[in-house]
Design a protein around this ligand. Structure first.
Ligand code: ADP
Ligand code: MG
Length: 349
């Protein structure tokens, strides 16, 4: 009874602290917050701009568009917290915005973090969350959360394979009996695809475009495998030679060519994770295959490309952008079952 009252006053939270997007789910309610992991700051000061306006969606619009006096930054880059203070400010803002916080009550929080995170960074996440109002904090490996969220039977003595391709990192893992048996974290994901498009436009069109425009181009006509009907898109940029704004028409084939190299790097990473597995598990994989999650899993034709090159079935998780937070939410809902596999803030890091 008391427990139920506590939960009602301060429901437990699941957080996917991503490089591109942060999502928060509340126990029993589902995802209540989904915003870019971006913070806007006054140049020279450590103060986050304004009240409620400088974190998340609005701050993302400011990226690359700010006057000199304001900077918009992503506190987590390549899966690593590059700015602890800002990360804490962002986490506090999101927890307060999402949570039903009641003074005196602290919610338990499960936070999904990249597999490559160091102990110092773990400590920083624990501290940030605790200072932001969390009670007990549990960390879960992103790939584990993604596979639970994708509905994979990871507790069984059978290989389950997940590849979560977000903004900053790609997390590949094979799990069996609820443990990660082989994994790798690669700093190539959606951001690198955007950068590859920026470079391609410079090289082949003599046009300078921003990363946000490149991302839009990727989402509009990007693909990893030939489309039934190839598409085109108009893009504006700065002519490198004349220095004036100019438009250009880009095709989906050209974007595919631009994305080829970074996608190949991801493929190499996936192959090396499979190679590290015991032969029995590799044999399982030809049946169970691999599941894709994370925002980049939405790139058309990605599962086809991987399937062709790896020779195992590949499918995209349902609502791939939310697989990680869904998995973390399942853990907090069934904490007793999953607790052993999570790291807590026992001061033994
Ligand atoms: P993170 O976990 O790092 O926060 P997400 O899983 O939220 O990342 O995914 C963000 C990435 O997904 C970004 O690089 C974004 O450009 C990319 N993305 C989102 N939608 C699409 C789409 N339809 N096609 C290709 N990439 C997409
Ligand atoms: Mg993610």
């Amino acid at each position: 009874m008391l427990n139920r009252l506590r939960r009602w006053l301060s429901p437990d939270l699941a957080i996917d602290l991503g490089t591109a997007n942060t999502l928060v789910a509340i126990q029993g309610e589902g995802v209540v917050l989904d915003e870019p992991s971006v913070v806007a700051l006054q140049q020279g000061s450590r103060k986050v701009l304004g009240r409620g306006t400088a974190v998340g969606k609005l701050a993302k619009q400011m990226l690359g568009r700010t006057p000199d006096s304001i900077i918009a930054v992503r506190p987590i880059q390549d899966g690593v917290i590059t700015d602890f203070e800002l990360c804490e400010a962002m986490l506090r803002y999101f927890i307060q915005k999402a949570g039903r916080t009641t003074p005196g009550f602290r919610p338990n929080v499960v936070i999904a973090v990249p597999g490559s995170i160091t102990n110092v960074e773990k400590r920083a996440v624990f501290n940030s969350a605790e200072r932001a109002g969390a009670g007990r904090v549990y960390l879960i490996d992103e790939s584990k959360a993604a596979s639970i969220g994708a509905g994979l039977p990871i507790s069984e003595p059978l290989a389950s394979m997940i590849c979560d391709i977000g903004g900053g990192t790609t997390e590949v893992a094979v799990l069996s009996l609820a443990e990660i048996v082989s994994s790798k974290s690669l700093r190539v994901a959606g951001d690198e695809l955007d950068q590859a498009i920026v470079d391609y436009m410079k090289q082949h069109f003599a046009l300078r475009i921003g990363e946000q425009s490149a991302e839009q181009l990727k989402i509009k006509i990007g693909c990893a495998y030939p489309l039934d009907q190839e598409q085109t898109c108009e893009i504006r940029g700065l002519d490198i030679v004349s220095g004036v704004p100019r438009k250009a028409i880009v095709t989906s084939e050209q974007i595919r060519e631009a994305l080829r190299q970074p996608l190949e790097n991801i493929m190499t990473c996936i192959k090396s994770v499979i190679e590290q597995c015991d032969p029995e598990l590799v044999a399982d994989l030809s049946d169970t295959g691999m599941v894709l999650s994370g925002g980049t899993a939405l790139l058309p034709g990605l599962s086809l490309l991987f399937q062709e090159q790896l020779g195992i079935p590949v499918r995209v998780a349902k609502d791939p952008l939310r697989a990680v937070v869904r998995g973390a939410a399942i853990c907090i809902e069934h904490l007793a079952q999953w607790k052993d596999g999570l790291e807590t803030s026992n001061r033994n890091l």
